[in-house]
Design a protein around this ligand. Structure first.
Ligand SMILES: Nc1ncnc2c1ncn2[C@@H]1O[C@H](COP(=O)(O)OP(=O)(O)O)[C@@H](O)[C@H]1O
Ligand SMILES: [Mg+2]
Length: 290
């Protein structure tokens, strides 16, 4: 599903003295099948933007379309339409494991399914729950356990399974690897790539880790003070290092090494993804017969 925002503007506590403009004229297209990264400082509007995508925050000003659904203000989306939208746009909040509540993993994941598809049979529910658990790399035997007996990384995967159970076309995740150890982080990123499956699903991740987005995303948007200040491929965005630094944002470590090498006259056409970067360095190294 393609996502198109045009002039999206949103103010919290509008018409009160606590009014806070969180989105200011956001115009942005997320192509279908993209692995899209949203970066920017704390408070730049990232979470506010993604909560618009499944109708959690209603459009106040500007337009927003998700696939063929028009979420713009004044376009009536009834309860059924909103439920269908939320089944198609899976939303994984920050620290989703805090929202686990049921006595077993099965019940927790099934709750989401039942919410979206109350008319479906128990058999269909079972099939969907186990399929979602397997997708996130959890064994069937985990289903009867209490979610609270699992490790942090496993809990987070159960929470993601609870979103995947409706088989969404778009998966939106707010800081999906925050707080995980390096192994848990790698496993989760690998999981997101399995779900993305070369573009069969659209994945949108909010992150403040520039290395992560350079490594994983095919397109980025940079938010600052509620505005989108840059969009493009990671190569395009991170080639604007000065501007990013003026926004007090970092660049990936591969960009920094490439810049340092360029300063020494050692070429500057380095890719950002670390394995491509190493391959390029190895080529140069061999070519120079050092
Ligand atoms: N529920 C809320 N009520 C009032 N202000 C909010 C609320 N949520 C976020 N904000 C404010 O809106 C701005 C954007 O916040 P947010 O979208 O959470 O940014 P980010 O996800 O990039 O950290 C910030 O100034 C934040 O303080
Ligand atoms: Mg946020």
């Amino acid at each position: 599903m393609r996502i198109v925002a045009d002039g999206l503007t949103f103010t919290y506590n509008r018409k009160t003295k606590f009014a806070k403009k969180a989105l200011d004229d956001v115009t942005l297209t997320i192509r279908e099948g993209s692995f899209f990264g949203i970066i920017g400082h704390t408070g730049s509007g990232k979470s506010t933007f993604i909560q618009h995508l499944n109708g959690l925050i209603p459009v106040e000003s500007g337009t927003l379309t998700v696939g063929d659904l028009d979420l713009s203000k004044g376009k009536k989306t009834d309860k059924k339409g909103l439920r269908a939208l939320r089944a198609k746009i899976g939303m994984v909040f920050q620290y989703p494991e805090y929202q686990l509540f049921a006595t077993t993993v099965y019940e927790d994941v099934a709750f989401g399914y039942h919410n979206f598809f109350p008319e479906k049979s128990k058999e269909e529910e079972r099939a969907a729950v186990f399929a979602a658990l397997r997708t996130v790399g959890l064994d069937d035997s985990v289903a009867d356990k209490s979610p609270f007996d699992l490790s942090g990384g496993q809990k987070r995967r159960v929470a993601i399974a609870g979103v995947l159970v409706s088989d969404p076309e778009v998966l939106v995740l707010d800081e999906p690897v925050a707080g995980l150890d390096p192994a848990g982080k790698n496993e989760l990123m690998a999981l997101l790539h399995r779900i993305h499956d070369g573009g069969k699903k659209t994945v949108v991740v909010v992150s403040h880790d520039m290395d992560d987005v350079a490594e994983n995303c095919d397109a980025l948007a940079v938010f600052s003070e509620g505005r989108v200040v840059m969009t493009g491929t990671p190569e395009e965005v991170f080639s604007r290092r000065k501007e990013l630094e003026e926004l007090r944002l970092d660049v990936p470590v591969t960009r920094k090494i490439a810049d340092a090498l360029a300063e020494k006259g050692l070429g500057n056409a380095f890719p950002l993804r670390s394995d491509d970067f190493v391959r390029k360095v190895a080529q140069l190294y061999r070519g120079k017969r050092v």
